[in-house]
Design a protein around this ligand. Structure first.
Ligand SMILES: Cc1ncc(COP(=O)(O)O)c(C=O)c1O
Length: 417
């Protein structure tokens, strides 16, 4: 894209160009980020951004939506096909608003939600006190077993029986293993709670069939569209057949919760970009991409273990690893900063039972979705693990930066801007 008009805004364009250069020279290894395709980017900058379309296809509160309806219906249809669900609301602006809609549809203020503890890898919107979900709803939490560092379903069952939540969340932001949807579903059924699967991180892996799908077991599925799914920044709520059996009005309730409950006019340019993303994810080579993300992450994990890095749970089944840095005598904050200087973008992260404060936790979280999009493979994972080790163990940054830039330049970004 030439972007000649945007170039006229020199002040802004300079920052965007610098961000472009940063990406060219460095590696994006935050597991919740990716590089979108040129088609997704183009959809995001279409004229669809101008249109008000409050409501839903064929039932809008504004005129002139004949073609906007086509776009939104296409996005819905592709989402339903991609995840094999009977219903998808593609309007949520992002993952947190998608999750909010679930509360508004299924709960009254003050009702109880059970989610995974943020400190053990859950998400803020699953009941954490500082989020709307912990402010307006009662919350209870399950965590991971201290020894295995994995979710212990017996423990979840005990907590669910005691707390009797109306909604149970399964899914998280920093859990390196598969979720046992079936096990959670049994628990939710026994306490008569809605089961919501938040697949924000792993949606692309589910599509690629390298992570089990919750579609048979959850009532509701929420996701972001910008992580492993590789679409525009956005969110979505789906209802499954199981959910409709639990409450035949569930799809109506979700729609009402998104609009008018939470949002005004949907961002139709973003919905168009979601439609592009779903089409790309329906293609065979997306399966190949998802497989490579996991293969790369496993290789990276293996190489880091060889260099005496302690991986939470001993390894990873998915796109991310959580690393305990205590044996390396370095906090997560310093590691994040040094690695950034070396050209590897990761984030500091709490580890289960972290004795350190959230501002400087004992761990880091890193993953392979974006570097796999650039085409990197096992050979690069070996090189990256070596550089990470040099940075953390020897605090060697200058040479590391050169090495990383060399790797990054071998793999151009997928877009031309
Ligand atoms: C599991 C999970 N759910 C929901 C969200 C929220 O998404 P967003 O940041 O788009 O609001 C995230 C984002 O990190 C997430 O990891």
């Amino acid at each position: 894209m030439k972007r000649n008009n945007l170039k006229k805004d020199k002040e802004l364009f300079k920052s965007i160009k610098k961000e472009r250069k940063r990406r060219e020279e460095t590696l994006e290894m935050i597991p919740s980020e990716n590089h979108t395709s040129p088609a997704v980017l183009e959809a995001m900058s279409t004229i669809l951004t101008d249109k008000y379309a409050e409501g839903y296809p064929k039932k809008r509160y504004y005129g002139g939506n004949e073609y906007i309806d086509e776009v939104e219906l296409l996005a819905q249809k592709r989402a339903q096909k991609l995840f094999s669900v009977p219903f998808a609301n593609v309007q949520p602006y992002s993952g947190s608003p998608a999750n909010m809609a679930v509360y508004l549809a299924c709960m009254e203020p003050g009702d109880k939600v059970l989610g995974m503890n943020l400190k053990d890898g859950g998400h803020l919107t699953h009941g954490w006190k500082v989020s709307f979900s912990g402010i307006y709803y009662e919350s209870a939490f399950y965590g991971v077993n201290q020894e295995t560092e994995r979710i212990d379903l017996e423990e979840v069952e005990k907590i669910a029986q005691k707390e009797k939540p109306k909604l149970i969340w399964v899914g998280g932001s920093a859990y390196p293993r598969q979720f046992d949807w079936k096990g959670f579903s049994k628990i939710a059924d026994r306490v008569d709670a809605f089961l919501a699967a938040d697949i924000a991180h792993i949606a692309g892996l589910i599509v690629a069939e390298v992570h089990d799908s919750p579609v048979e077991y959850a009532d509701i599925i929420t996701t972001t569209t910008h992580k492993t799914l590789r679409g525009p920044r956005g969110g979505m709520v789906m209802v499954t057949d199981k959910g409709l059996r639990r409450d035949s009005d569930l799809q109506k309730k979700i729609n009402k919760a998104v609009f008018p409950g939470l949002q005004g006019g949907p961002h139709e340019h973003q919905i168009a970009a979601k439609a592009v993303c779903f089409k790309e994810a329906l293609e065979d080579d997306f399966k190949d991409y998802g497989k490579k993300v996991v293969k790369n992450n496993k290789k990276l994990a293996e190489e880091l273990k060889k260099r005496d890095f302690r991986l939470i749970t001993g390894g990873s089944d998915n796109h991310l690893s959580l690393i305990d840095l205590r044996n390396k005598k370095m906090g997560g904050k310093e590691a994040e900063s040094l690695l950034e200087k070396a050209g590897i973008t990761i984030n500091k992260n709490a580890i289960p039972n972290d004795p350190a404060p959230p501002a400087d936790p004992s761990g880091i979280r890193l993953g392979t979705p974006a570097i796999t999009t650039r085409g990197m493979k096992s050979k690069e994972m070996i090189e990256i693990a070596r550089v990470i080790d040099e940075v953390i163990t020897a605090k060697e940054v200058k040479k590391a930066r050169k090495d990383i830039e060399k790797i990054a330049r071998r793999f151009p970004l997928p877009y031309d801007f």
